[in-house]
Design a protein around this ligand. Structure first.
Ligand code: KG4
Ligand code: ZN
Length: 353
């Protein structure tokens, strides 16, 4: 079964063809970084307009690179949420029109389940279960997901304020580095001493209603702000590398520690990491070290499937192929779609956050 995936939830316009949820035949990603970087963050109006302009070419390229004809597609998958509402609408309208024209079913997918599914891509023929606990770290989300099986999830932890990627993006802005901030900080941190500056490893005050393993990154960003107010020269060479390395280390440290605690709490033998921030080499190395020490199996999403892409969308759609809709079904975007109960199959997903 070949599924065409379309992803437009934020600032990447992406299309991919994936066979049977594992073999990536093509994955084309057009990033809008250049359009948004003058503003230091994603501008929703610019993003949706750029999706309109790029989508036809990106989708055609995905088919050409996969070497498949339109008629070989079995279904069209689109990201229904969570994400920027106007950007989601563009991808959904495009996918729906295409499905209608080709007379193929339409599969709405959940962006966070798609990020999780990145762990299974390129694993052709292997029907491995998901890691028991996965750290999902992107620009918009920081989640610890306890998975019983593909499609059955429970949230063990999440950020109560900024997402990890957001903390890196805001920190980079304060340091005068580029957008997106994660890769900019990683680059600036090269050769720097991660212990040069002391940044808080914030643990939010316990909340009766909150998740078991909460994250908080707003204090870290504020600490950087005050540091730079008192000593602006820290954001310039030769001290910048130390500053960036120390800031990055604070984020990595908190993420790795919380994953370890959550895995201990549920006696997990396997852990994973996905999402844009999972591209970070320092984080990947730290998770490897921790997993080895704890004797756990670690699965990291391949770097090219960490940041937003459509291969993970087409993959997650294969998981949800029983929930395919007729192409003319009315369907609104779900910009704040929680991971729980996202399928039309009520027993499917049991996330509680
Ligand atoms: O998953 P993603 O592409 O989009 C969302 O769904 O949010 O994640 C984007 C985030 C941004 O905050 C970006 O700064 C971060 O991922 N990121 C990184 C790296 N590459 C991207 N963070 C740390 N190190 C990287 N190499
Ligand atoms: Zn994403």
């Amino acid at each position: 079964m070949i599924i065409l995936g379309i992803e437009t939830s934020c600032d990447e316009t992406a299309a991919a063809c994936v066979r049977d949820g594992g073999a990536v035949l093509s994955s084309v990603v057009h990033t809008q970084i250049a359009q948004h970087s003058p503003y230091g963050g994603v501008v929703p109006e610019i993003a949706s307009r750029a999706h309109v302009e790029a989508l036809p070419f990106i989708v055609e390229t995905a088919l050409r690179e996969a070497g498949v004809d339109w008629s070989a597609l079995d279904a069209v998958a689109v990201t229904r949420g969570p994400g920027l509402v106007s950007s989601l609408m563009i991808g959904m309208a495009f996918g729906q029109a295409l499905a209608l024209r080709l007379n193929r079913p339409l599969i709405p997918t959940h962006h966070l389940e798609a990020h999780l599914y990145a762990l299974r891509l390129d694993a052709t023929g292997e029907d491995a279960p998901p890691p028991e606990v996965t750290l999902l770290v992107s620009g918009g989300h920081t989640l610890l997901v306890h998975a019983e099986a593909w499609g059955r999830y429970r949230t063990l932890g999440r950020s109560l304020d900024d997402a990890a990627g957001e903390a890196l993006d805001k920190g980079a802005k304060l340091m005068g580095l580029g957008y997106p901030g994660g890769p900019a900080i990683e680059q600036a941190a090269a050769g720097g001493n991660p212990a040069a500056f002391a940044f808080p490893r914030g643990r939010p005050a316990g909340q009766a209603e909150g998740p078991d393993f909460p994250f908080s990154f707003s204090g870290l960003k504020t600490a950087l702000l005050y540091r730079l107010k008192a000593s602006p020269e820290d954001a310039r060479p030769p001290r910048l590398a130390d500053l960036a390395a120390s800031y990055q280390e604070a984020v990595v440290d908190v993420l790795a520690a919380r994953l370890d605690e959550a895995a201990n709490a549920v006696n997990a033998r396997s852990v994973g990491c996905v999402g844009g921030v999972a591209r970070n080499k320092r984080l990947r190395d730290r998770l490897e070290t921790d997993a080895k020490r704890a004797g756990r199996r670690l699965t990291l999403a391949p770097p090219r499937y960490c940041t937003d892409n459509a291969a993970m969308v087409a993959g997650a759609a294969w998981l949800r192929r029983d929930e395919a809709l007729p192409p003319d079904s009315p369907m609104e975007p779900l910009p704040r779609w929680p991971l729980k109960n996202h399928g039309s199959n009520p027993g499917g997903s049991i996330v509680t956050a």
